[in-house]
Structures are given as C-alpha cells and as structure tokens.
Design a protein around this ligand. Structure first.
Ligand SMILES: NC(=O)c1ccc[n+]([C@@H]2O[C@H](COP(=O)([O-])OP(=O)(O)OC[C@H]3O[C@@H](n4cnc5c(N)ncnc54)[C@H](O)[C@@H]3O)[C@@H](O)[C@H]2O)c1
Length: 728
C-alpha cells in the first residue's frame, strides 16, 4: 500500500479488544465500494487475523450522513464484458465470505444510507444495529439500474428476512427506514445516533466467545415463536417447503412480468438466483448470482438505466444557467389557485422544501379544496405508518389560505395555478406586482400559454418565469422551468434550486408553444388518435404502448388529463407548427359528444364500473368507427414513438432544450418514455439515425408530411453521427 495515500478503511483497536473499522472513502462525500479497495481490505483482514488481541469487530462509517451508499456505479458502467463483471462479483463474494468466516462477532453500526453493496457488506456481519435517524435507509436498489445484488445479497437476504420479504425488497428496490428494517429482522437493534457506538459495542462484547452467527448458514424453519402470528406462519409454511417456495417464485414472476412486460431482464434473474440458492444451496446460489450479475451489467437495458442515473446526478449539480448567477433565498411562497395543481404545488413546497406556503383562491371552496387535498396525502402516509401524526401536523401547519392578498407582502416567490386563460393570468401578474414586494418572482404553471405573453403584462418581465409541474404534483418527478427571452438568470437559478428543494428533477427549457414535454407529447397523442380513427381498437392501442414500456396507454392518458384540456392545447400547437401538429378530426367529435374523460365519466373507458375499466363501446358509434384493424403492435408503437422522437429532435434544433440529456430526462420523467430505451436521443443513438430516417421516410410515403424527418436527424444520418459523444 502507498504510505502517502489515505486509505478508505482504517482500523483502531481499543483496550477492550474491539477492532473498530472505519469506512471513509477519501475525497468523497459518500462511501461507495470499488474493486480497487480489494487489496486494502485484504491487507486489513490480514492485520486483524494476525492480531490475537482483537476479540470482536465493529464496522462504522467516517461520513456524517451515510454508511455505504452502494457500489460505485461509474465502476460498473466501465465494465466491458460479462466475464469481467462476474469476476468482480466473485472477488466481492470472497471478501465478504472472509468477513463472515472470521471467528469473532462483527457488528455493523449503521447510520445514513446503507444500500446495495453497503447492505450486502453488513449481511456478512454477524449483527446489525442502526440509528433511528430519517437519513438511515436500508435497501438493495440494484434492480433500478437493471442489475442484481452481486455481493451475496440474493442469498443472504432471504436467509435473514425470508424469501417473500427479500424478493419484495430486491424486485422493487424499496428502501426501508429503521423501524421497518427492525420489524423485518434486517437489523437487530435501532438506537438514537448518540447511542450507536455504545449499542454496537455492547452487542460485540456480549457475543465474544459465543458461536459466530453466519447468515449464509441460517435455515428457514418453523420456530415456536413464529407460530404466534397467522400471516407470518402462513409465509413460513410456504417458504419452508419446496412446493410452497415454487408457489412464491411463480407468483413473483407473474407479478414481475405484469409490471415489466418482459422489457427488463433483471427481475426474473433475481428470482432465479434466490430459487437456485434455496433449492441447491448457498454456494450454488452465489455462483448463479455472479454469473447473472455479469450478464446484466453489460445488458443494453442496464446501460440505459445507468445513463439515466448519471444524467440525473449531473442535473443535480446544474444551475440551469450558463452565467454564474446565484440563487436567491426563498423563505416564503405564495400559490394562486387552490385547484388540483395549486394544491399539489403547495404540498411539495411545505412538505419537501419545508417552506411556509400561503394559498390564495378567489373563494373559500378553493382554499378548502387545497387544504383537504394536502391533508389527504398525509392521512394516507399516516395510515401506512410512513409518518407520525405529530410530524404530519407540523408540516401541514405550514400551509395556510386566504381569499385576499393578506400575507403576500412577505413571499419571495408566487406560483400561479389559476385557470388556463391569458387575460386571467395577466391580471394575476398585475395583482401580484401591486400586493407583493418588488423582488417577488412570478412563476406561472401554464401548460400552453407562452411565458412572454403572460410577462407582457408585467413591469418586471425579468422576474416572470414558467414552472411547469405535472399532475399529480406530489408523485410526478419532473419540473420543467421555462425561460422567456427576458427572464433573468438569477430567477432561473433560484427556481432550479427551489424545484430541487421540492424534490424535483429539473430541466430548463426555452419559451415556445408546448415548451418541451407537451410539444413532444402532442404528436404522439395525435398519432394515437389517428390510429383509432383508422379503426384500431382503443384497448389494443393502449396495450401495445404499455407493452412497449409506457406507463399508461395514450387513450387512458387522454381520459386522465381530460379530453377537454387536450382539445384546448392542440390548436395552439397546430397554429405554431402547422399541419404536422394537426389533431385528428375525432377530437371535435369527442367534444360535441361531451366527452371530457374521467372527470365527467365520459371518455374512452367506462368509469361506472369497479376494477379494471372496459372500453366504453359507445365511443366507436360517436366517432363513426368500427374497431377491428389488425395492424401489428410493432407498427402501432413505431408510428407513435417516431412522432415523439422526431419532435424531440426538432426541439433540440430550435434550441427549446439545452442539450440531449435534458431531452431524454424530460421525456422519461415527464411522460414516462420507456426508461430502458434511455429517452428519445439515446433511442435514436441505439438504433442509428440512418435507420430512424429510413423508417420515417417509409411512413412519410404512406401517411404524408407529418412523418418528415427533422433536418438535424437527416444530418446525423448522413454524417453517420450519434447525438451523444462516444464513451471511448
Ligand atoms: N391539471 C393538469 O394536469 C395541469 C398540468 C400542468 C399545468 N396545468 C395548469 O395549471 C393551471 C391550473 O390547473 P388546475 O388543473 O389546477 O385547475 P383547477 O381548475 O383545478 O384550479 C384552478 C383554481 O384557480 C382558482 N382561481 C381562478 N381564478 C382565480 C383568481 N382570480 N384568484 C385566485 N384563484 C383563482 C379556482 O378557484 C380554482 O380553485 C392551469 O394553467 C393549467 O393549464 C394543469
């Protein structure tokens, strides 16, 4: 080891024979595990084994707020072959198994994120104690990157917490808070941070001289204590017989297939690892884990998911402006309109950003709606034990309402979410300028009106900006910030920071009809409408796109968003971009048949039945269509997808998005563009611009000009270039 280089692992032996191993990766705010640490750890283990004075070990982190956040993803991404990844897993297995086989108690003292490889490391310890802090989270999130836990997690976790619970954790990537981890038996004790070291020490001392506990040797068995509760008993009865386990594995596979439509290879492989481990033993399970980990690390799906991870990490550091403008402090926020969007925006501002919010509506019904909406979210969280009543009440108290502008003098930023009407929004601008401090930022949540039109009513247009949230605001991850020609950099930087505080992934786009997300969504929706007009059945169409990886089908989406809303936005886009954005004629027919979607119970689907909604067959009559077109699913998907992808390229051409990264993230987080395809630009790069242009030109011949490939796409195809620079 280089004597000058600070090591990630250090050992201190205290007088009572406890060896304290501190993990502190130098120069990083988070601990992550890297292949290059193997030599360091091996040397450390040699030192421990040669020191007979050490009777027990305790693993701690040198970081204030994380234990080990997982394996270093940049290391995983740089792997070129499956063999290389398998060898990495096998090396990790060796290191962890050496720790597990040390003839002494080893206690992990966990505070902060303990995820992926970090949790797998603690599973090779004999005991785990964690803090009750909100930052303490335990989980195996590898599935979210398209891989599987490759450090023995697929084998040790089910042996410790049971097959069903382990599968649930690994297939969802869910992170547990301390209380949940204790309930599951994942940790032995939960303590306040101030007691962590003492508690770990106590366990270690108590265990000295006792038989070392090894998770790899644990058996799933029916113990008398487990007979007390019926659900647990049922679970164990299933898990302790091969027949029962097969039922669990089959059920898990079914659920996974229903969710992923076969687009993601990692969940079935996770199930396979656990199955082999349970049926053929720990060693066979570990070998399968290493092999399948190798295959997944170099899979195209995992490559795209890792790209998304890096893009969002990069976005977290992006100020949103080219200049060095600094964000101004936002202490208090005003919201205009207590409807669906205003309520959601108020909620994330109080809950996530922790800032006091004042909602102004024109009537008390609007205020009541917003308060009820926010409390309802808390009520559900309290019911699911995700938050205490005390905690929820405290945060809820930060939201207040008014029907005049009382309390608005002190707000630094106002988000406007009144009806979609230019005159009304301009009136709001004027009222805010009259009733607030002159530094106030006026942010509009308009979905279709150009920001510059709203700003034209302002005396300070540099302080007017678009903050386009998506519904439901507390769940949708994206915030699209729209900069008009006049919006100042300081305002943008402030809003980027504010959006992040609300827990959003933020992209900054230029002003223009539809901004970015709605502009690429519109041609996709229009094409879907066109397909229905060509007699493709509504449910077939939706199913084809869901199977292709979209979260919901376009007709379901139209019902949810509101057909009336879509029919309002469509002409704005047609006017701005011409006939390629013309909505299909059926929109008019839907309007005259008073079909607004779910909100008035009249849409493409029926809302008067419980459970899964059937198509409202009367829609075909209203549209004058007889469904029955047997077009291939692949053609349906190709037509809709290419319309979206091509428009994304035009947005780049027009400078609406700042770069391809924002274009991909906006499509994935705003619309649900299939993540395993990586976003419109990654998708083009993976297929090749030439091939995309070829497909578009073929469709253009059949369906006309709307399929004309964007100029930039043609240029890329001709030059044989990609949108992203090559990694090598
Ligand atoms: N609904 C969506 O999915 C969605 C998504 C993105 C953006 N938007 C945009 O957000 C805005 C609001 O949409 P929504 O769906 O929440 O509408 P909504 O109809 O649910 O709520 C609008 C609220 O504004 C209030 N209001 C009207 N005039 C007012 C005034 N003068 N002063 C104070 N309050 C007033 C109304 O009383 C109502 O409570 C619109 O501009 C819409 O285009 C909506």
């Amino acid at each position: 080891m280089n004597a000058n280089k600070k090591s990630a692992f250090s050992l201190q032996v205290s007088d009572n024979g406890i060896g304290w191993i501190t993990i502190d990766v130098p120069g990083e705010s988070q601990n992550t595990l890297r292949g290059e640490f193997v030599d360091e750890i091996t040397a450390l283990f040699d030192e421990i084994e040669s020191n007979s004075g050490i009777k027990a070990l305790i693993l701690t982190s040198g970081k204030d707020d994380n234990f080990v956040a997982g394996a270093d993803i940049a290391m995983l991404e740089s792997i070129k072959t499956a063999q290389e990844a398998t060898e990495l897993a096998l090396t990790g297995h060796k290191v962890f198994s050496r720790l597990e086989n040390m003839n002494m108690p080893v206690v992990a003292a966990i505070h902060g994120a303990c995820l992926g490889g970090g949790l797998e490391l603690t599973l090779a310890c004999s005991h785990r104690v964690c803090t009750d802090d909100r930052s303490t989270k335990l989980g195996l999130p590898e599935v979210q990157l398209g891989v599987l836990p490759g450090g023995g997690g697929t084998q040790r976790l089910p042996r410790l917490v049971g097959i069903a619970s382990a599968l649930d954790m690994m297939l969802t990537g869910r992170q547990l808070v301390a209380k949940q981890a204790k309930k599951l038996g994942l940790v032995d004790e939960v303590v306040p941070l101030a007691n962590l070291r003492k508690a770990a020490e106590k366990i270690a001392i108590r265990q000295i001289g006792r038989k070392r506990r090894k998770i790899s040797e644990l058996k799933l068995e029916l113990k008398p204590s487990s007979l007390l509760k019926l659900p647990e008993l049922q679970k164990l009865v299933l898990e302790t017989s091969s027949f029962g386990r097969n039922i669990i594995f089959d059920k898990a596979l079914q659920t996974v297939n229903k969710k992923t439509h076969g687009n993601y290879p990692s969940p079935p492989k996770i199930i396979e690892c656990v199955k082999v481990g349970m049926e053929e033993g720990f060693e066979a399970g570990m070998a399968t884990e290493a092999k399948l980990f190798g295959e997944l690390v170099v899979s195209p799906e995992s490559e795209q998911l890792m790209n998304i991870f890096f893009a969002t990490t990069e976005l977290k550091k992006d100020s949103g402006v080219e200049s060095d403008a600094k964000p101004q402090n936002i202490a208090r926020v005003g919201v205009l309109g207590g409807g669906l969007m205003g309520a959601g925006i108020a909620f994330v501002t109080a809950d996530k950003a922790g800032k006091p919010v004042r909602i102004k509506d024109m009537n008390s019904e609007g205020i009541n709606h917003a308060l009820k909406y926010c409390w309802e979210i808390y009520r559900k969280r309290i019911k699911r034990k995700r938050i205490s009543i005390n905690h929820a009440s405290k945060r809820f108290a930060a939201i207040s309402g008014t029907t005049d502008y009382s309390g608005f003098k002190r707000v630094n930023l106002v988000v406007e979410a009144v009806f979609e009407d230019l005159d009304l929004k301009q009136k709001m601008v004027k009222e805010i300028e009259e009733n607030c401090h002159e530094d106030v930022i006026f942010a509009t949540n308009t979905s279709s009106i150009p920001i510059s039109d709203i700003a034209s009513a302002s005396q300070r247009p540099e302080r007017v900006v678009g903050l386009h949230y998506f519904s439901p605001v507390d769940k949708m991850p994206l915030l699209e910030i729209i900069k008009s020609d006049k919006t100042s950099d300081e305002v943008i930087a402030t809003c980027v920071e504010f959006g992040r505080q609300q827990g959003k992934t933020v992209i900054v786009v230029r002003d223009g009809a539809g901004f970015y997300v709605n502009r690429i969504l519109a041609p996709y929706m229009n094409e879907a409408g066109q397909l229905v007009a060509e007699s493709v059945a509504v449910d077939r169409l939706d199913k084809a796109l869901v199977n292709a990886g979209f979260p919901v089908g376009p007709m379901t989406l139209l019902d949810e968003v509101g057909i009336d809303v879509a029919t309002k936005v469509a002409p704005i886009l047609e006017e701005a971009f011409g006939s390629r954005m013309a909505p299909p004629a059926m929109f008019d027919k839907l309007k005259s048949d008073d079909r607004k979607g779910r909100k008035n119970g009249r849409g493409f689907y029926r809302y008067d039945v419980k459970g899964s909604k059937p198509v409202d067959e009367s829609i075909y009559l209203a549209l004058g269509i007889q469904p029955g077109n047997t077009m291939d699913d692949s053609t349906i998907v190709q037509r809709c997808l290419l319309m979206m992808v091509n428009e994304a390229v035009r947005c780049l051409e027009d400078g609406i998005i700042r770069n391809v990264r924002d274009g991909d993230i906006g499509a994935i987080f705003g619309i649900g563009f299939p993540p395993f395809l990586g976003g419109p630009f990654r998708y083009i790069d993976s297929i090749g611009a030439q091939e995309i242009v070829k497909q578009m030109e073929m469709l253009e011949k059949i369906h006309g000009e709307r399929f004309k490939p964007a100029q930039l796409l043609v240029e890329k195809a001709e030059a044989g270039e990609k949108f992203y620079p090559s990694k090598d």
